[in-house]
Design a protein around this ligand. Structure first.
Ligand code: UDX
Ligand code: ADP
Length: 459
C-alpha cells in the first residue's frame, strides 16, 4: 500500500512510543516507524508485553502495529525513507562538567542529529519532541545544515504535554498541540506539515502555532507552573500539620476560585517524574546564563521545597518511630512516581527508601507495576530491601507502612487484617492522603497524613 507520509520517530520511550502509536492509530494513511538503539525495548514493543505500562496503550498498539505502525532498530533505513523525523531520545540532567545537576545533557540529541545528517539523502523535517532547553533547535539546525551541498533540514518544535498514566487520553484529546518553527517560508511550510498530522484528529483551534523559541519555552514554563502549584500546596501542608487546618479542605476552598482552579493542588510526599525537576533546573540554568539571578532563585525554590517535603516525610517517620528505625521492618506501598505507571524516574519513593535505608530500616517494597524498575533503581543496596507483589505480605511484621503512590488498590485493602499482622504500635504514613484516616485510627493505627494533624494513640 502507498502511504501519504512516512513518519519516523527516533526513541521508543515513554514519549515516542505512545505518541507514535496514537498518530498511527488515528492516521492509517501514514506509515509510522519507531526506531531505538535498545534492541530489548524494540523487541518488547513488538511483543504482547509492551515495555511501558500505560492504560489503553495495548489496544492502540494492537490496532496499528503491523498495519502502519512498525518498531525497529533499523535507524539508517528509517532515516532514508522518511519525510518527517520526530526525535524523542532521552535528555537527562547533566551529571558532569559545566551545568552539572542543572543543564540538560544533549549528547543523545546531538548523536541523533549526526546520524540523521549521515544518512539523509533528501530534505527532512526534524521535530523536537524531547524536552530540550530553549535554543536547542537553533543548535541542531546549525549541526544539520553544516554541509553546504547536503539536503536541507527544517527543525520544528512540538513539545509533548502528555502525562504518564493518562498518555493515551492526553494524546487523543489534548488541551492543545503546540508547533513552533522559524518564521521563514521554509520554516512555516515545515510547521504546516506537522500541523497537518495532528489535524487528522485534533480540532484546528487546539493546534497552536508559534515561533520556535516560544514553543520551546512554553514546555518548560508549563511544567514549572504545574510543579509550582504542588510545591505551593506542599509548603502549606507543613503549616496545616502544626495547626488544626486540614490541607484537603484548604485546597478545595482555594481551588473553587475559578481564577485558581482545582487541579494540581493535591498535597503529597513530593512530585516526581522525568520532567518537572529536569525542566525547572533547565529553566534555572538558562536564567543564570542570561544573568537573571532572581528569576533563577525563584524557580529553583520550587525544587527546593519539593526536596524539603521529601526530607520532612522521612524525618516524620523517624521521629514518630521513637527516633530509630534500625532493624525495623517498614513497608513502602507504591514506588512509581504516580499511579497508573511503572515509571520510577525521580520518584519521591527513591528518596524516602534511601533515607530509611540510611537509618538501617528493613524495607519491603510493593507496587503493582513498578517493582522491576524499583529493583533496578535500588540495585546497589544489599540486604535490607526486599520486593513483594502482595501488599498484605509486605505489611506482615512491619512497624510502619508508608504510602508513596496513590494506587487505587491501596484504598480498598482490608486494613483490619493488615493491622493484626503488624507489630504494635502500628503506624501509617500516608504520603498521598488517599486512605480513610479516621477509620485507620479507629482500627488502632497511629496515622500521619500530609497536611493534617496526626492521629495518635499516645501523647
Ligand atoms: C508532567 C506534565 O503534567 C506533562 O504535561 C508533561 O508533558 C510531562 O510532565 P508527568 O510527569 O507524567 O507529566 O506527571 P504529572 O501528572 O504531571 O505528575 C508529576 C508529579 O506530581 C507526580 O509525582 C504526581 O504524583 C505529583 N502530583 C501531581 C502531586 O503531588 N500533586 C498533584 O496535585 C499533582
Ligand atoms: P522519554 O521519557 O523522554 O520518552 P525514555 O528514556 O523513555 O525518555 O526514551 C528515550 C529512548 O531513546 C530510549 O529508549 C533510548 O534507548 C532511545 N535513544 C537514545 N539515544 C538514541 C539514538 N541515538 N538512537 C535511537 N534511540 C535512542
Amino acid at each position: 500500500m502507498e502511504f501519504e507520509k512516512d513518519i519516523l520517530c527516533i526513541g521508543a520511550g515513554y514519549v515516542g512510543g505512545p505518541t507514535m502509536a496514537v498518530i498511527a492509530d488515528r492516521c492509517p494513511h501514514y506509515r509510522v516507524t519507531v526506531v531505538d538503539i535498545d534492541e530489548d525495548r524494540i523487541r518488547a514493543w513488538n511483543s504482547d508485553r509492551l515495555p511501558i505500562y500505560e492504560p489503553g496503550l495495548d489496544e492502540v498498539v494492537a490496532r496499528a502495529r503491523g498495519r502502519n505502525l512498525f518498531f525497529s532498530t533499523a535507524l539508517e533505513d528509517g532515516i532514508r525513507n522518511s519525510d518527517i523525523i520526530f526525535v524523542s531520545v532521552n535528555t537527562p540532567t547533566k551529571t558532569f562538567g559545566q551545568g552539572a545537576g542543572r543543564a540538560a545533557d544533549l549528547q543523545y540529541w546531538e548523536k541523533t542529529a549526526r546520524q540523521i545528517l549521515r544518512n539523509a539523502e533528501s530534505h527532512k523535517i526534524i521535530v523536537e519532541k524531547s524536552t530540550l532547553p530553549v535554543r536547542t533547535a537553533a543548535a541542531m539546525e546549525r549541526i544539520l545544515n553544516a554541509a553546504p551541498d547536503g539536503p536541507r533540514f527544517d527543525v520544528v518544535s512540538n513539545p509533548e504535554f502528555l502525562a504518564e498514566g493518562t498518555a493515551v487520553r492526553d494524546l487523543e484529546s489534548p488541551d492543545r498541540v503546540l508547533v513552533g518553527s522559524r518564521e521563514t517560508p521554509e520554516g512555516v511550510q515545515a510547521r504546516k506539515a506537522v500541523v497537518e498530522i495532528y489535524a487528522n484528529w485534533v480540532s484546528r483551534e487546539r493546534i497552536l502555532e508559534s515561533n520556535i523559541w516560544s514553543s520551546e519555552l512554553s514546555k518548560l514554563t508549563a511544567n514549572a507552573f504545574l510543579a509550582q502549584r504542588i510545591s505551593s500546596i506542599n509548603s502549606i501542608s507543613a503549616l496545616c500539620e502544626k495547626t488544626n487546618a486540614v490541607i484537603d479542605e484548604v485546597a478545595y476552598a482555594i481551588g473553587t476560585d475559578s481564577r485558581i482552579g482545582s487541579k494540581f493542588l493535591k498535597a503529597s510526599v513530593g512530585f516526581g517524574g522525568s520532567c518537572f525537576k529536569k525542566d525547572i533546573l533547565n529553566l534555572v540554568y538558562i536564567c543564570e546564563n542570561y544573568g537573571l539571578e532572581e528569576v533563577a532563585r525563584y524557580w529553583e525554590s520550587v525544587v527546593r521545597i519539593n526536596e524539603w517535603q521529601e526530607k520532612r516525610f522521612v524525618r516524620n517517620i523517624l521521629s514518630n518511630l521513637f527516633d530509630t528505625v534500625a532493624g525495623k521492618r517498614v513497608a513502602l506501598f507504591g514506588f512509581a512516581f504516580k499511579a497508573n505507571t511503572g515509571d520510577t524516574r525521580e520518584s519521591p519513593a527513591i528518596y524516602v527508601a534511601r533515607g530509611l535505608l540510611e537509618e538501617r530500616a528493613r524495607l519491603v517494597i510493593t507496587d503493582p507495576k513498578a517493582l522491576g524498575n524499583a529493583r533496578a533503581v535500588l540495585a546497589d543496596v544489599d540486604g535490607n530491601v526486599s520486593f513483594e507483589e502482595d501488599p498484605y505480605k509486605a505489611a506482615e511484621g512491619a512497624h510502619a507502612i508508608a504510602v508513596l503512590t496513590e494506587w487505587d488498590l491501596y484504598r480498598g485493602l482490608d486494613y483490619e487484617r493488615i493491622y493484626r499482622s503488624m507489630v504494635s504500635p502500628a503506624f501509617i504514613f500516608d504520603g498521598r492522603n488517599i486512605l480513610d484516616h479516621q477509620k485507620l485510627y479507629e482500627i488502632g493505627f497511629n496515622v500521619f497524613a500530609i497536611g493534617k494533624a496526626p492521629l495518635k494513640h499516645f501523647k
